[in-house]
Design a protein. Structure first.
Ligand code: S3P
Length: 431
């Protein structure tokens, strides 16, 4: 693999082997940084995500008055005990939908006006999903046409609502629960499909009470948060790239330590096992309500299968890499119910299909998914990340089994979640 800044060349590999630990989970890092900024006291976070998205969150909370220092992957945040102050400049959320959507919940509860903007990709992403319920709670929010960024939020005087999310989204759920901290009465958020629960778990870790009744998460306003000291578990969505790389090589062996195993995220492991990958859990413990463990992985047969409904929702961030390696499965991969893939950092359905075709494979795009036959070969080609981190990394993995070398353009997009991805992959590859 060579790097001329933004194009990476990936050569075919013979095998994958090694032991690794991943930078902190992106979803948890965002939430801990936001809640640490609001809490009373000093929050110490080890293994904070190294991704640019989580740095965007840190930049925003600093602009809102919560100071922090970073030493390597340790972040020390001096919480402002609920007293954020208006930022002097618009808040730059970069490429990060999580930053914009979740921070909007907090800002909706503040007695001042904030502006949030993002890069070209974020500027195309839907924000109506948070604007509507936050307005119902009492915030005044202006956006660009069609509910797109930038956002202008005049916060304060919120009242709790009971909200049933039309699109199941953990970002929306967290945003509303964070707003609920500042609202009068109870805020109830219900979901038809179970989404990741890091918002609820993080709120409890910082000392708030969050109840769960059936499909609803419930928070009462006026609760104070207290600082924590935590080591953030390794990002399971980043681990997915190495798990799929292992799946490509029967006999490959990987050990992944300090891995996030939260059940709302670890469905990935169950699905990979059902598709043929050997995964055994070696140890597991709980940290601040999150499960963390060590897994041993062995490449075996790679069968493939179908993802639909709750599985698609639970694996939404891992579908690009599962789809990129699908040509090498025995039965292929069908993804249904994945309309949300079209409004991520890129249109991930179109991006995966285009890149697979560039590598000589058959890949059918449907409105809400993909159909990729198994038993195919890929040939090395030029592919484009479209500036989307997960597309860049997904095709680096697929390229390990292609015939000939693959050039990945705009591969530097990987920095959004995992800047060390290419060097980590290189360390595991046997050529
Ligand atoms: C995330 C939730 C998911 C996911 C995103 C991170 C989170 O998005 O795709 O990468 O941290 O809550 P949605 O909430 O839009 O489903």
């Amino acid at each position: 693999m060579m790097n001329d800044n933004s194009t990476v060349v990936v050569r075919p590999a013979r095998n994958i082997a090694g032991t690794l630990q991943l930078p902190g989970d992106k979803s948890i890092s965002h939430r801990y940084a936001m809640l640490g900024a609001l809490a009373e006291g000093t929050t110490r976070l080890e293994n904070y995500s190294t991704g640019a998205d989580c740095a965007s969150t840190l930049g925003c909370v600093k602009a809102l008055g919560a100071n922090w220092e970073r030493t390597g992957n340790q972040i020390v945040i001096h919480g402002c005990a609920g007293n954020l102050r208006a930022a002097a400049v618009p808040l730059d959320c970069g490429n990060s939908g999580s930053t914009m959507r979740m921070l909007s919940g907090i800002l909706a509860g503040q007695d001042f006006t904030s502006e949030l903007f993002g890069d070209e990709s974020l500027s195309r992403r839907p924000m109506a999903r948070i604007i509507k319920p936050l307005q119902e709670m009492g915030a005044r929010i202006n956006s660009s046409e069609g509910g797109k960024p930038p956002l202008r939020i005049q916060g304060g005087n919120l009242k709790g609502i009971s909200y049933s999310m039309p699109v199941p989204s953990a970002q929306v759920k967290s945003s509303l629960l964070f707003a609920g901290l500042f609202a009068e009465g109870e805020t109830r958020v219900s979901e038809s499909v179970r989404t990741r629960d890091h918002g609820e778990i993080a709120l409890r870790a910082f000392g708030a009470e969050v109840k769960r009744e059936g499909t609803e998460a419930i928070i009462s306003g006026g609760q104070k948060l207290h600082a924590i000291e935590a080591t953030i578990p390794g990002d399971i969505s980043s681990a997915a790239f190495f798990l799929c790389a292992a799946a490509l090589f029967p006999g490959s062996q990987l050990v992944i330590r300090n891995l996030l195993m939260n059940p709302t995220r670890a469905r990935l492991l169950d699905v990979l096992i059902s598709m043929g990958l050997g995964i055994t859990v070696q140890e597991m413990e709980e940290r601040h309500g999150e499960l963390v463990g060590t897994i041993q992985v062995e490449g075996r047969k790679w069968k493939g299968g179908t993802l639909a409904g709750g599985d698609t929702a639970a694996l939404i961030d891992e579908i690009p890499v599962l789809a990129a390696v699908a040509p090498f499965t025995e039965e292929g991969l069908e993804v249904r119910d994945g309309r949300e893939l079209r409004v991520k950092e890129s249109d991930r359905i179109a991006a995966v299909a285009a890149n697979l075709r560039a590598m000589g494979a058959v890949a059918e795009e449907t409105e809400d998914g993909l159909k990729i036959p198994g038993g195919q070969k890929l040939r090395g080609a030029e592919v484009d990340s479209l500036g989307d981190h997960r597309i860049a990394m997904a095709f680096a993995v697929a390229a390990l089994r292609a015939e000939g070398e693959t050039k990945i353009h705009r591969a530097d997009a990987a920095v959004i979640s995992f800047g060390e991805f290419f060097t980590t992959l290189q360390g595991l590859v046997e050529n």
